[in-house]
Ligand binder design. Structure first.
Ligand code: UT7
Length: 365
């Protein structure tokens, strides 16, 4: 640093993750339970996606409720009190309310300092990845010392609950009518993939040069948002939601599965290579690659393209399905808890999802 001609050396600030926590929906729903209400099978879901079960929240539980449990766990692990936080970043595509976002709701639920700034970000499946880069930037800029980053999503509200979904969480033993079965089958390519979950991390400033975030590369291409989007319930409509949209199921996400799959297996390896190049490391030096959990075949495809062995590419999609902004922090938390992540490891996060948004971040534990 130059100060009136005197040169002093300043240690660079790094951001480090000091605590993690997770929470998932209260109800475990196995593939067979879904096969009772739509034309699908355990075999199809396992072989095409790797999902064996997912967790659905109870009615009335929102993404801030899961986020709160995950956040409290992360604070406890970090050995920090809520008073020590400077700000919150909440990544979700399924907020409790259309507005305001989840930040202020979480602030009130957790009893965080009333004046604490909270950021609400979307970016869907890449929400946590974008949140990591934002947290790192805000800390390295010197603006904040300690942030709470939450990634949480509840997908069950997207599902048309009048079509006997309550049977999947044990709230009804009524069999689906032929009409309900047919309606549920129309959206089977999406509903079988998703579950409800949250992960949170505490990110703090550190002057330990050996640890922390090294680099991130984030990308967006909005030229085909229709590949994965919610067609209705938007403010271009007057009113933004009405009976006609609901009757036409326009609140349910639409997905071109094969197109998103193709993008995922090409863009994620590309961004991992790019983030490695920017940090001056080779992809082969990555100790653990944490990939957004959308489909086990995508996870395996990305690992293969990067030449990484299975033991470096953990997955938990079989237990949780795709929890959108929740997948990366849940996976990170589990790998820390079971010792797969050890100090000094090079961990790479990568994700791709609706937008399309995608990217990768490198972190030294
Ligand atoms: O995190 C957000 C990003 N999302 C993703 O990354 C998702 C990416 N895409 C995928 O994971 C896969 O494309 C899916 C799992 C969604 C679908 O797998 P696929 O191998 O691409 O299947 P497909 O869409 O080509 O469908 C094959 C067949 C079709 O039947 P026909 O036309 O061959 O008779 C589908 O109707 O499988 C049928 N199908 C199902 N069958 C039983 C679709 N969903 C189901 C189902 N159960 N749940």
């Amino acid at each position: 640093m130059h100060d009136r001609g005197i040169v002093t050396s300043v240690k660079s600030v790094k951001s480090v993750i000091t605590g993690t926590g997770i929470a998932v929906g209260q109800n475990v729903v196995k593939n067979d339970a879904l096969a009772k209400i739509m034309d699908t099978s355990d075999e199809w879901i396992r072989t095409r996606s790797g999902v064996e079960q997912r967790h659905y929240v109870n009615p009335g539980t929102g993404s801030t409720d899961l986020g709160r449990i995950a956040a409290e766990g992360a604070l406890a692990k970090a050995g920090r009190t809520k008073e020590e936080l400077d700000a919150v970043i909440f990544a979700t595509m399924t907020p409790d309310h259309f507005f305001p976002g989840n930040g202020p709701v979480l602030q009130a639920k957790m009893g965080l300092r009333e004046s604490m700034p909270t950021f609400d970000i979307r970016q869907q499946c890449s929400g946590f990845l974008y949140g990591l880069d934002l947290a790192d930037s805000l800390i390295r800029s010197g603006k904040y010392q300690r942030l709470l980053l939450v990634g949480a999503d509840v997908h069950t509200p997207f599902m048309p609950w009048h079509n006997n979904w309550d049977a999947t969480i044990g709230r009804s033993d009524r069999e689906a009518t032929p009409e309900e079965y047919a309606e549920n089958t129309k959206i089977r390519d999406r509903t079988v993939l998703f579950g409800d979950g949250a992960g949170a991390v505490v990110v703090e400033a550190s002057d330990d040069d050996a640890r922390g975030f090294l680099a991130a590369k984030l990308y967006t291409n909005g030229s085909n948002i229709e590949a994965l989007y919610v067609p209705g319930v938007g403010f271009r409509r007057r009113p933004f939601v009405d009976r006609a949209q609901i009757d036409a199921s326009e609140y349910i996400p639409v997905m071109e599965g094969r197109e998103v799959f193709k993008q995922a297996v090409s863009k994620m390896p590309e961004s991992v290579r790019e983030v490695c190049a920017s940090a001056g490391v080779e992809p082969s030096q990555i100790d653990l690659l944490l990939i957004h959990q959308a489909n086990l075949r995508i996870v395996e495809g990305v690992a293969k393209q990067l030449g990484l062995p299975a033991e470096k590419v953990p997955h938990n999609i079989e237990r949780y399905g795709n929890t959108t902004a929740g997948t990366l922090p849940i996976l990170f938390h589990e790998c820390l808890a079971d010792g797969r992540i050890k100090p000094g490891m090079l961990v790479c996060f990568t994700a791709l999802g609706s937008g399309l948004h995608w990217g990768a971040a490198l972190y030294r534990t």
